[in-house]
Design a protein around this ligand. Structure first.
Ligand SMILES: Cc1cc2nc3c(=O)[nH]c(=O)nc-3n(C[C@H](O)[C@H](O)[C@H](O)COP(=O)(O)OP(=O)(O)OC[C@H]3O[C@@H](n4cnc5c(N)ncnc54)[C@H](O)[C@@H]3O)c2cc1C
Length: 607
């Protein structure tokens, strides 16, 4: 713990003096052996920070929040640096098992799966995009038997968490004011944004608020940004309440297992590791698992809750036989292409981002460094594979990046994506560095995937990362739909709006796909399988479903089936991935979870 205190000191020093009095350094607390709490929350990530705030609104509830990581820092605050963070110890560093149809040309033939190991969790590593999905995504959840989760029932929770800063949306009935989470546009608008808007209109799409009435359309990304800096859930929900007497936060605390009584099947405590010591704490009311899609499934299985056959294979005694780890879903994107324009001022690549001018503008909350993860435009559309979805529901997203992989002179994007240097030089090496600086990207994202994966333990030892099989493109329609996404990008690029800048695709074929004719359907399918990467939206390993649903792990009240005193609230409970980025849904889930917990315990004030 001495080391962690020194680390705390340094990270605090490098953070600018908070301009908002609600922000500030979260003190670390080390619980005593067998210390009792009403609630123990595992994981101070996107969901965990929301829960810690909402549960400690009840003054007589004593809450412990356990987090394996430490603090955010100066760099994690800078929106455009998001890709760089996955290369730091703020990332758990998970990899998939080698995939058959994806990530073929990446390092070791595996897909990187970054996850936040820090207060705020993946909301600190993510690309800041705030997107909720289509109302029917949630009505689907309700139709699967999840009472209370239809769109009209969850919209109030999206709004409750939100503090919308975008003027034209402040009076929208879809947005909330006065919540903890600031949502804003980056104050910087890339000149390409106008072309993107015009291109959308040329193709018959409206420029809209995709979190409002219609999802389909073109838009500027809404983002978790506060005055040009990242607004993680830690900054939004945890820091303002860090001095509440009934909240204790234990950092650098890695949970090993949840203690469950084998006879009563009641969760009563947690074992964790901190400062080289194994420690134990006791929960009087509930243990709440918010360790994310990978962490929650792993901890649950290590605690004896999971598929009996798999647990016995790992030498773990089964306390509840549940399908933990199945139903893994994710969004995959094709990010290898680069588009060349005739003016470098249109794009933001390494050299622009690293300039002193950009740094100076950032300190005033402005400039290109405030672009969320480099994304400057979003579009939601339908491919011919969306025929089974009702009108207005998209199955394809386009994310326009202010820069591209070609412009990655420093190698940061390459490292994030896992693209090898050999691949990079073969594809982009023929372009002079000056041309590489005037490139941008437009990546199609498969937002209604049909393929489903599975997460399994590697061993009964917590420090062994789980085996993750995302199974991207296992369903053949997924590959075809993403190929249509590439065609949609081509249409956007061919509009007058983009042709004003003589926009053209860089047409050196990807290694391994040279034998196909460039731009043929076969070529794109090959290229997609070579360099497709995850958008890091993994969900679903502890699926929510009613009693009697044999594929479900938690009930619609988020209680683990067959176990008492154990709830899960994070991305892992999502039964079907929404057609959107996943942070906003996770914050909504945590807001609703806190209300469910308050309602359930209102009947037992003295437990
Ligand atoms: C690189 C990246 C880019 C992304 N971009 C976007 C985006 O632009 N927009 C968007 O909406 N979504 C994005 N996402 C996805 C989104 O951020 C996640 O879906 C969401 O944050 C998940 O929230 P969670 O609470 O389920 O898990 P997390 O936020 O990951 O929280 C889990 C927490 O539990 C802790 N934990 C895990 N295991 C243990 C243990 N054993 N002991 C103690 N603590 C533990 C972790 O350290 C972490 O803090 C991105 C994600 C990544 C990684």
């Amino acid at each position: 713990s001495e080391v962690s205190q020194i680390f705390d000191f340094w990270t605090n020093l490098f953070r600018p003096v908070p301009r908002n009095p609600k922000e500030g350094f979260v003190p670390d607390y080390t619980p005593k052996y067998l210390e009792q709490f009403d609630f123990i929350i595992i994981g101070a990530g996107s969901a965990g920070c929301v829960l810690a705030n909402r549960l400690t609104e009840e003054h007589d509830w004593k809450v412990l929040l356990l987090e394996a990581g430490g603090n955010e820092n100066f760099f994690s605050d800078v929106p455009i640096f998001a890709p760089f963070l996955s290369l730091t110890p703020l990332n758990w560093g998970y990899n998939s098992e080698p995939e058959q149809k994806a990530c073929r040309d990446l390092r070791g033939n595996v897909c990187f799966m970054p996850r936040g190991k820090v207060l705020g969790g993946s909301s600190v590593l993510n690309f800041l995009i705030y997107q909720r999905g289509h109302p029917e995504d949630y009505n689907d959840w309700a139709r699967m038997g999840n009472e209370g989760w239809s769109y009209s029932e969850i919209l109030p929770y999206f709004k409750k968490s939100e503090n919308i800063q975008i003027n034209e949306l402040k009076n929208s009935s879809y947005h909330g004011r006065g919540g903890y989470l600031d949502i804003d546009y980056a104050s910087y608008s890339s000149p390409l944004q106008t072309a993107f808007k015009d291109a959308g209109e040329e193709l018959g799409f409206e420029w809209n608020d995709p979190n409002g009435e219609n999802v389909i359309g073109f838009s500027k990304p809404q983002a978790t940004i506060r005055k040009g800096r990242r607004c993680s859930t830690s900054k939004a929900f945890l820091e303002p309440v860090r001095f509440r007497q009934n909240l204790k936060v234990s950092k650098y605390s890695t949970v090993l297992k949840i203690l469950i009584d084998p006879y009563t099947k009641k969760a009563y405590g947690v074992d964790f590791f901190k400062g080289n010591k194994r420690r134990r704490v006791i929960a009087r009311r509930e243990v709440i698992l918010s360790a994310g899609t990978i962490g929650s499934a792993q901890i649950l299985m290590l605690s004896g809750v999971g598929p009996a056959d798999h647990l016995s294979e790992m030498g773990i005694k089964t306390l509840a036989d549940l399908p933990v780890g199945y139903n893994l879903q994710d969004h995959v994107t094709f990010s290898g292409n680069a588009f060349i324009v005739n003016d470098s001022k249109l794009c933001v690549n390494d050299l622009t981002a690293a300039s002193p001018l950009a740094a100076a503008a950032y300190l005033a909350g402005r400039g290109p460094l405030t672009i969320p993860g480099g994304a400057t435009g979003l579009a939601f559309a339908r491919t011919s594979y969306a025929a089974d979805l009702s009108e207005g529901r998209p199955d394809m997203e386009l994310v326009m990046g202010a820069g591209s992989l070609a412009g990655d002179l420093l190698g940061i994007l390459r490292s994030l994506l896992g693209v090898t240097d050999k691949w990079y030089w073969k594809v982009y090496g023929s372009l002079p560095p000056e041309v590489r600086q005037r490139t941008f990207s437009m990546n199609p994202v498969l937002i209604r995937p049909r393929s489903v994966g599975r997460l399994m333990l590697r061993s009964a030892n917590f420090s062994d990362h789980p085996r993750i099989h995302p199974n991207y493109f296992h369903h053949p329609d997924d590959l075809r739909a993403l190929r249509e996404g590439v065609r949609l990008v081509e249409k956007v690029i061919s509009t007058k709006a983009f042709q004003r800048f003589a926009t053209r695709i860089h047409n050196v074929p990807f290694p391994g796909c040279e034998h196909y004719k460039f731009d043929s359907d076969d070529y794109w399918e090959c290229a997609i399988m070579q360099t497709s990467i995850t958008l890091d939206h993994q969900v679903g390993t502890c699926k929510m479903g009613p009693a009697g649903d044999r594929t479900a792990v938690v009930s619609p009240r988020l209680l683990v089936h067959g176990v008492q005193g154990l709830r899960i609230a994070d991305a892992s409970i999502i039964p079907r991935i929404p057609a959107s980025h996943t942070l906003a849904p996770v914050v909504m889930i945590a807001e609703k979870a806190a209300d469910l917990i308050k309602k359930d315990w209102a009947r037992y004030p003295f437990y």
